[in-house]
Every structure is written in C-alpha cells, then in structure tokens.
Design a protein around this ligand. Sequence first.
Ligand code: PGA
Length: 250
Amino acid sequence: MRRKLAAGNWKMNGLRADLVQIDRLLELHPAPRIETMLCLPATLLHDAATRAAGHPMTIGAQDCHTEANGAHTGDLSAAMIRDTGATAVILGHSERRHAHHEDSEVVRAKARRVHQTALTAVVCVGESLAQREALNTLDIIDGQLSASIPDTSNGTNLVVAYEPVWAIGTGLTPTLEQIGEVHDFIRARLERRFGPGVGRAVRLLYGGSVKPDNCAAIFGVSNVDGALVGGASLLADDFLHIIKALEAAV
Ligand code: PGA
C-alpha cells in the first residue's frame, strides 16, 4: 500500500512571518493519516523543519546543485539542504526546466546527488500545451522519465509528479481520463524499468491547479497517490482542505 502524499510547493513565496501558516496547519491537524510535505524557499527550510519536528510533515527544498560542493556561486548543495533538517527536494519543475534551461540529464544528475545524500527526489515531468495538442503527451513523458530518473531510485527515495505545463498556475486541469491515462502510463514505465516491487511503491502525484474544489475528484483517479500543490498550499486552510480530501480518498 502506497502512503498518500499531499505536497505543497511555495515556489518564491514566503517570508519568515509566513511560517505561521505551518504552525496553523500543525495545530489544526496534528496527526494526518497521510504524509504531508511542504517544499519551501531555502531561507525558510531550517525554521520550518524545526517547527515540523515530531510531526508527520516532511520539509523539502525546490532545487539543488548536481555537485557535492565547490565554486558554484548562489547554488545550494543537497548536503546543505539536508543540514537544514529538510528531507526532500523537488527537481525538474517546469519553471526550472524553462526559466533555467534545465534538461532531463541535469535533472537526473541532481536526483542522483539527492539520493547519495539520503534525501527524497520529487521529480517533475509534464507536457506543454503544444505537445498535448500534437498528441505527443505520452512520448514526452516517456522521454522525460527515462532521462530524468536515475538508477539510484527506489520505492522510498523517489516520488514522481505529473505536472502538465499548461495546467500550472492557470486554473486549467486535464480531464480525469487524461490524468488517469498519464498516471497509468508512468506506473507501467516504472514497473518495467525497476521491476514490480519498486515500480509499484513509487508515489505518483498530480500537480497543476489542484484546488480545494477539484482535488477530491482528482484523488479518485487510478494511480494518483496525492498532489503537488502550488498556489493552494500557501494558506493553511486551503492546503488543509486538500489534505483532508486525500485522507478521505484512502
Ligand atoms: P499550481 O502549481 O498548483 O499553482 O498550479 C503547481 C506546481 O507548479 O507545482
């Protein structure tokens, strides 16, 4: 049985004053029956990990460097992230693939480093609108999966997030059938590459405009083990609604 996972991605949002949202979440719902995760700006990781200690909430970062250390001004290593108390890292988010020109080979090298550092990699894949309209979605996902996911992956150190680029921050979502098709495809690909044991253990998240009012339907789709939530994870009350909907889907 895969443990459901509600993961939030604050992106470049949040000052220390906003950590009260985490306090509120932990106070309102101290013992969720699923795993919860918040992926925060680096400036908040240590404070958040300290607040979440003793709670079943994971704190994650949103990127890291491929190298262990060295002359990389402005970058963060996986070991630095681990040193804050965070235990997961989002990699290959479309905003990094596009704005920072990260290709799948770079994402794989980062994920390998994350694994070597005993952290969990949340690897994002997803097609653009043009790719979907050209009926290339599954080919694109296939290519991104094989090139972005390292051989060091196992059922606990890898989470895959399917995030259609055109659904992120737009209020648009694929149909439930389209989500199910892609998630079933990702599951089959992971089973083929890593064998049924590992392939069935990896959690698959849907991401892209997940909101309190559409999450319950999405959580009913096969092979959807949770969500990666951007905008709706910024306020404790919205994220809590999504967490409770995922609990209800267990
Ligand atoms: P969104 O972002 O929920 O605001 O669409 C999701 C993501 O980019 O992870």
